[in-house]
Write a protein that binds this ligand. Sequence first.
Ligand code: C2E
Ligand code: MG
Ligand code: MG
Ligand code: MG
Length: 279
Amino acid sequence: RAKSEGHGVCRVFDRKMAETIESARALQRDLAEAVAAGALEVHYQPIVDLAGGNVSGFEALLRWTHPIRGPIPPSEFIPVAERTGLIVALGGLVLRRACRDAASWPSHMRVSVNLSPVQLVQPNFVFDVVDAVRSAGLTPGRLDLEITESVALAENTATRNALGQLRAFGVGISLDDFGIGYSSLSYLRSFPFDRIKIDMSFIRDLGHKEDAATIVRAAIGLARALGMKTTAEGIETDAQQSWLLAEACTEGQGYLFGRAMPAAAVRGFLSGAHRRRIG
Ligand code: C2E
Ligand code: MG
Ligand code: MG
Ligand code: MG
């Protein structure tokens, strides 16, 4: 009896597994089609200079609205794109689009582009970035590349050299999601980053958990001592903003200042921000 029940459980399990695999395949296929059709959009979230209260730039964030499932978050489709290698083409599209869009913004504003570790190890990586900047007519200093902590950089000399070449070209290099990745402190020694972006999980806990304030304060101090700027991610309240300003965090990003918006909305946002004096 136990044996036959066991078989039943197995059949249910197999069916669930098959469904999961099938829906993962469908997502992969739909994503590849959407990329080929140019159906993904690049949206822009403002980054604010905390001391002056001005918009200093925008982070490019991918948006995909699936024809049936509706909006799918990057946390779901980026890993799929990385697994299938599609991220190389997709990341290239984001880079070129972001440089072109930024070229139409006020000339002191930067654009930040997220890079996947998969892109960093491509042989054409440096050439592609330089080409995107040059074809857009963008000053290299207006592009910031955001990379997350990964083994790719820590253990790959070629990757570090590539980033070094881009930095020499004038592009900024930021360490994204600082504090939640692997081996954060030694990571800071692996490359001379221009800035670190403090992960929003710490910002969210400011004012609730005492250790969050201690960690954020230490991260800002550490970055400053190493000659790096700091951006706090996920600022949602005035209290978080004033605390970070008092701690001399350089920049902030979060729903308090604005969510990611389509490229066409940036101009209107900037004139509104100017009137509200956050920009
Ligand atoms: P990230 O680079 O750390 O981007 C910041 C994320 O935090 C964005 O989520 C943004 O919408 C969200 N965020 C910003 N402010 C707030 C806030 O005040 N509250 C809350 N709750 N969230 C806030 P999003 O757009 O869902 O992107 C998630 C991640 O997906 C990004 O994290 C990045 O790692 C990845 N991603 C997005 N676009 C690209 C891309 O073009 N290429 C690559 N490789 N990764 C991307
Ligand atoms: Mg980022
Ligand atoms: Mg981040
Ligand atoms: Mg992230």
